[in-house]
Design a binder for this molecule. Structure first.
Ligand SMILES: Cc1ncc(C[n+]2csc(CCOP(=O)(O)OP(=O)(O)O)c2C)c(N)n1
Length: 682
């Protein structure tokens, strides 16, 4: 039974008035949905969720995702009312420089914000990842307990825009397939977006769609009768029913009137993303029984009442801690593992488990697969898969089960709810968003593969990973025109440039198998942002110990391979498959009496983070005759080449042919490098 009294009503109305005042004060923002979703948000925060405002990162908490990120006030108001660390001054500083209340919620910036949202659809999609994470960790740490400290729910508030965006559909399809019973979405169907009535562009039956994805669906219609009635009891009952359904995610369509109860602007696009204006704010306050002459009014008895959440939260956490402590004593090994993961540490000596490669040649994608499998036993926290390209991306942990309900077992794959092999189907965008959710929710490390060219399909979520600092690992194979016969639709050309342009994304394109092992180590060591592993389809020669005694120098992003002349005539810089071409060119130049150094430059980001002394030792400032060779755009190389340098590159799309023919036709050859070098030398 829901306990709900007049103080609860007053707290909800306080949230509405604060939303109107905060936007009015800064002059811009999104008041409408924060006003009409205040009852739902308050209900979740105060009456439904298990959490402790004083310890908002407590592991056992339920997770809350505000997918409708522009309505940040929906969340900020609850963080204020519940006492998560926001105070009235923070609301007064909405959207201002340095405030804890930026325009959209930002993970790591404001306590209680689980995920950065704003690009519509992403929060809802990542929620699936949060639910994946819960199930995986429960199975990893405490598979057989009914009432486990690893159980929790994931609650989402989503909007029309969230369910319109394709990424949420991809993820919802997976969530239904996976039967994620701990995921509860409240969809705020106010049928208003910026261009007013959504009828102009949106007419499907959303519940029917989610039902066919395999979700449990309900509708709570606050507009059912002529009088708008915010029936929190009906919504509470629907949430309770949703929680009982443990074999399906739950979707509750909540029909609301945006901007309720603003007398003139409710139910319009006008109140979605603009201040109400003084008269409308005054009128709204009068309707709600607030003094129209006062701003940011919060009555002390209301705040005292809502802050009781701190007391309830503390009590909940004490109970949870008891369960957790019992688990710790009963499972000392697993508790040690959890400690290691909580501290974001790798097992001591993990470097020694990296395979070394001494064969003549192997594709870096194949080497990557071997690295994953060499590390898998030592890293139970490592899981991952592909968007239907497992065989091409070499992303399968051999012998491991696939993550899925038993019904999803096929002739090829055997599923288990705690399986380590992920199958995203052909849903790259959701794959990246789900990785974000997994990494934000818990303690594991996860990777996902597709062709490099389809990183385009993942990019909005990759950008958010970089912005939030979550350590996703992308295994992007088939990394150049050298993938061959599939032709230009599948051949990345601009992708390295585009990806290197994303701040805080570490892009690594290893030159051979031993660099690939080091690239994996770099990715695992990177706990503050995503890492892209850019790998070949075709075989690459493995540099001998003599040619490259220290592949671990990959960790520095760039280093000299092969002969290292102390006073070279020039430098040839290359990544990945083109390092071998650079070395051929080096030999040809040596035959002409020109000594050049070859710099393997697998990661610009790692190299740029070295000190100047190191950088100068690899790229001596006095050596200005420099040529880069990479099977992609020249654009990103300018900073290393200087005014006198030049690039061997590809400036247009590729074509369908064998890779040998393509490299010849596109001039990615040792002869072209030699020619270019001679031109810059003169
Ligand atoms: C991917 C993406 N596209 C566009 C926008 C810009 N935008 C912000 S709010 C909005 C309308 C959203 O309407 P709705 O989801 O119904 O939210 P509500 O009106 O209920 O607040 C748009 C288009 C965005 N934030 N994200």
């Amino acid at each position: 039974m829901l306990e709900w009294n007049e103080l609860d009503n007053r707290a909800v109305d306080t949230a509405r008035v604060l939303a109107a005042d905060a936007v009015e004060s800064v002059g811009n923002g999104h008041p409408g949905t924060a006003m009409s979703l205040a009852p739902a948000a308050y209900l979740l925060f105060q009456k439904v969720m298990n959490h402790n405002p004083l310890e908002p990162r407590c592991m056992g908490r339920d997770r809350f995702i505000l997918s409708v990120g522009h309505s940040s006030l929906t969340l900020y108001n609850q963080l204020f009312l519940g006492g998560f660390g926001l105070e009235l001054d923070d609301l007064k500083n909405l959207r201002r420089w340095g405030s804890k209340t930026p325009g959209h919620p930002e993970f790591g910036h404001t306590d209680g914000v689980e995920i950065t949202t704003g690009p519509l659809g992403q929060g809802l999609a990542s929620a699936t990842g949060f639910a994946y994470s819960q199930r995986f960790e429960k199975n990893l740490f405490d598979p057989n307990t009914e009432d486990s400290p690893f159980d929790h729910f994931v609650y989402v508030l989503a909007s029309d825009g969230d369910v319109q965006e394709g990424v949420s559909g991809e993820a919802a399809s997976l969530a239904g397939h996976q039967k994620l019973g701990n995921l509860v979405v409240i969809y705020d169907s106010n049928q208003i977006s910026i261009e007013d009535d959504t009828n102009i562009s949106f007419s499907e039956d959303v519940n029917a769609r989610y039902e066919s994805y395999g979700w449990h669906t309900q509708t709570v219609d606050w507009k059912k009768t002529g009088d708008y009635k915010e029936d929190v009891h009906a919504l509470y009952a629907a949430i309770q029913e949703a929680k009982q359904v443990t074999d399906k995610p739950s979707f509750i369509t909540l029909k609301t009137i945006i901007g309720w109860p603003a007398p003139n602007k409710q139910d319009t696009g006008g109140i979605h993303g603009a201040k109400l204006g003084e008269d409308e704010v005054r009128a709204t306050k009068e309707i709600l029984g607030f003094d129209p002459d006062k701003n940011f009014q919060v009555e002390s008895d209301v705040l005292d009442h809502s802050r009781l959440l701190q007391t309830r939260g503390k009590q909940w956490q004490e109970q949870w801690q008891q369960k957790f402590s019992m688990w710790q004593s009963a499972n000392p090994d697993k508790a040690t593992l959890l400690d290691r993961l909580t501290n974001q540490e790798l097992p001591a000596g993990i470097e020694d488990s990296l395979p070394t490669f001494d064969q003549e040649s192997i594709a870096t994608r194949a080497a990557s697969g071997k690295v994953i499998n060499a590390l898998a036993d030592q890293l139970p926290e490592l899981w991952g898969g592909s968007a239907d390209l497992a065989g091409s991306n070499n992303t399968t942990i051999e012998g491991a089960m696939s993550f899925g309900p038993s019904e999803a077992t096929t002739d090829t794959w055997t599923t288990d709810p705690g399986g380590r092999v992920l199958h995203f189907g052909i849903r790259e965008h959701a794959m990246a968003a789900i990785l974000n959710g997994i990494l934000l929710s818990g303690h594991t490390r996860v990777f996902a593969g597709t062709f490099l060219v389809f990183s385009d399909y993942m990019r909005p979520a990759v950008r958010l990973a970089a912005l939030m600092g979550v350590p996703a690992i992308y295994v992007w194979t088939h990394d150049s025109i050298a993938l061959g016969e599939d032709g230009p639709t599948h051949q990345p050309v601009e992708h390295l440039t585009v990806l290197r342009a994303i701040p805080n994304l570490t892009v690594i394109r290893p030159a051979d198998a031993n660099e690939t092992a080091q690239a994996w180590l770099a990715a695992l060591k990177n706990t503050t942002g995503p890492t892209a592993l850019v790998l070949t389809r075709q075989n690459l020669p493995v540099m001998t110990k003599q040619d490259n005694p220290n592949p671990e120098l990959l960790q520095k992003g760039g280093y000299v391979v092969g002969e290292n002349h102390s006073d070279p005539e020039g430098l040839i810089l290359a990544t990945g498959s083109e390092v071998a071409i650079a070395r051929d060119a080096q030999a040809k130049l040596a035959a002409k009496g020109l000594n050049v150094n070859v710099v393997s430059m697998p990661s610009f980001e790692l190299f740029d983070s070295q000190d100047q002394h190191y950088k100068d030792s690899v790229l001596p400032p006095n050596v200005t005759a420099r040529v880069s060779v990479e099977a992609g755009l020249a654009m990103p190389w300018a900073k290393y080449l200087g005014a006198g340098g030049a690039s061997v590159s590809i400036e247009g799309f590729g074509a369908s042919a064998s890779y040998e023919v393509l490299y010849e036709k596109y001039g990615i050859t040792a002869d072209a490098v030699v020619e270019k070098f001679e031109s810059v030398r003169n």
